[in-house]
Design a protein around this ligand. Structure first.
Ligand code: ADP
Length: 469
């Protein structure tokens, strides 16, 4: 057994506490009983000695003395009588004080002065203990001697001994009960902690399916469910990471394969004309750009997820940002015969964000819209959603996104149609970046779509006054 275990610590603390309570309690109970018996015995003989002293007027009369001795025998009490010199003149049977012996001048003096005394007396012969109550005997106001009623403490001592035995027995019983109780309680407390310790060790070794099975609604139960949540979270993180690396390698491999293939063609001179050579070089350039774009996107996304992405916050005119992007993208849209236009309400207040990043959001959404639309139009709308929210809508009449795909659309590398996406140089990171950028600027983004009809992205930005002012 390890001595630093919680069972031992808790157990010994409870036992200590128990002893601290039990020992003084036992002492007090003992004192109460002892006091009660002794006081009772003392008051009984005190009462008796007072009554006897009232009857006796002379300690010289042998007849009276004998009568008192007999009376003592009849009432099962012991007594002795002394004269004014302290000499024992009558004795009902106390072995240590035969007639003719003396009790000492101190006793006589104190009796003559106080008229009564009470004491404890141990017989030198039988070693029996007595309580003594003495009363002075007066005759015509002259001190004649004293009568002492004596009660043996043997019976009381016996009763007290029995009570002490009982107290001790119940104390030992209670102690063992406490030991058992403490053991059960400490086990009950430490067992779940041990389980949790084992579980966390397993989790730290990578066994992320580990579950702690503790059903209780106290702090221990809460800790167990926190450990379970932690393992689920770690598992999700690990799966995510694995998937992330698999996706990255896939995304990198495709352009690199192209680069390698076309570079080889050129190196081996496997082209028919200068035009074909230029075509290959164009592909190499496009793929290199795609690679650079992918790496930049990845880098940005990683920084955003780690919270290390720096935004330059300022008051931004969303309508102006939209206009800039729309005018840049118009040519691309025209090439596909799609009309791209911007509708903006008058006097849209500025929002608090990063101007360049707001443009990046527009660019990603509009470029996607152009790419996934074959005919119709793309409309960008800026409006006041509520008094303190600016709304942005980018909608198209394109191919749309199936309902079941909508919840995954903002995940990294998620694409509805892989080949189509690749054609326009998409990495599958565009919408993930858009969502992060929107959230970093305290906005929110939603998407609705109908296959064959079109897609609509709606972004809401709160109007916040410059936080630094
Ligand atoms: P990608 O680089 O592949 O376009 P995104 O993250 O920008 O990556 O988009 C993820 C996927 O969402 C795309 O592959 C595409 O399937 C779908 N998508 C995005 N925008 C639209 C849109 N306007 N219309 C239809 N599908 C879209």
């Amino acid at each position: 057994m390890k001595w630093n275990r919680i069972e031992v610590k808790l157990g010994s603390s409870i036992l200590m506490l128990f002893l601290v309570v039990l020992l003084p309690l036992g002492f007090v109970i003992d004192q109460i009983f002892t006091g009660f018996y002794y006081t009772k015995a003392k008051s009984e003989i005190d009462h008796l000695s007072t009554r006897y002293a009232n009857y006796i007027h002379s300690v010289e009369d042998a007849e009276i003395l004998r009568m008192f001795e007999q009376l003592a025998n009849l009432t099962h009490t012991e007594l002795y009588i002394i004269n004014k010199n302290g000499e024992v003149v009558a004795n009902s049977g106390i072995p240590g004080l035969p007639k003719g012996t003396s009790v000492g001048q101190e006793t006589v003096k104190s009796l003559a002065l106080d008229h009564s005394l009470s004491a404890e007396y141990e017989d030198p012969v039988s070693h029996q203990r007595y309580v003594v109550s003495g009363k002075a005997v007066f005759s015509n106001s002259f001190f004649e001697g004293g009568i002492f009623v004596v009660s043996s403490l043997a019976e009381i001592d016996q009763s007290i001994y029995k009570i002490r035995q009982l107290l001790l027995l119940s104390g030992i019983g209670a102690f063992f009960l406490a030991v058992g109780f403490t053991f059960i309680i400490s086990r009950k407390l430490s067992q779940p902690l041990i389980k949790m310790e084992e579980a966390t060790r397993k989790i730290s070794k990578g066994e992320l399916d580990t579950k702690v099975n503790i059903q209780s609604n106290d702090e221990i139960g809460l800790l167990a469910s926190a450990i379970n949540d932690l393992s689920v979270e770690l598992k999700r993180y690990r799966d995510n990471r694995q998937e992330f690396f698999a996706n990255i390698s896939h995304e990198l491999r495709t352009p690199i394969t192209y680069l390698d293939g076309y570079a080889n063609l050129l190196k081996e001179g496997l082209y028919q004309s200068e035009e074909e050579k230029q075509q290959y070089l164009n592909i190499i350039q496009q793929e290199s750009q795609r690679l650079i774009q992918l790496i930049n996107d990845l880098f940005d996304l990683a920084k955003m997820e780690e919270g290390r992405f720096d935004l330059t916050f300022e008051q931004v005119d969303v309508a102006e940002a939209a206009e800039n992007v729309v005018s840049k993208a118009t040519l691309k849209a025209k090439k596909k015969n799609i009309s791209l236009y911007l509708e903006s309400e008058e006097n849209i207040p500025f929002i608090y964000g990063d101007g360049l990043r707001i443009e990046q959001i527009f660019l990603n959404l509009i470029e996607n819209a152009i790419h996934y639309t074959e005919q119709g139009f793309i409309k960008v709308r800026i409006f006041m959603k509520t008094n303190d929210t600016v709304g942005i809508i980018v909608e198209d009449t394109g191919i749309g996104i199936p309902e079941e795909e909508l919840i995954h659309i903002f995940e990294r590398f998620h694409r509805v149609e892989k080949s189509r996406s690749r054609n326009h140089g998409g990495s599958g990171l565009g919408l993930a970046i858009v969502k992060k950028l929107v959230e970093l600027q305290k906005g929110e983004i939603r998407v609705t779509s109908k296959v064959g009809k079109g897609t609509r992205f709606e972004i809401l930005f709160p109007i916040i006054k410059d936080e630094t002012s």
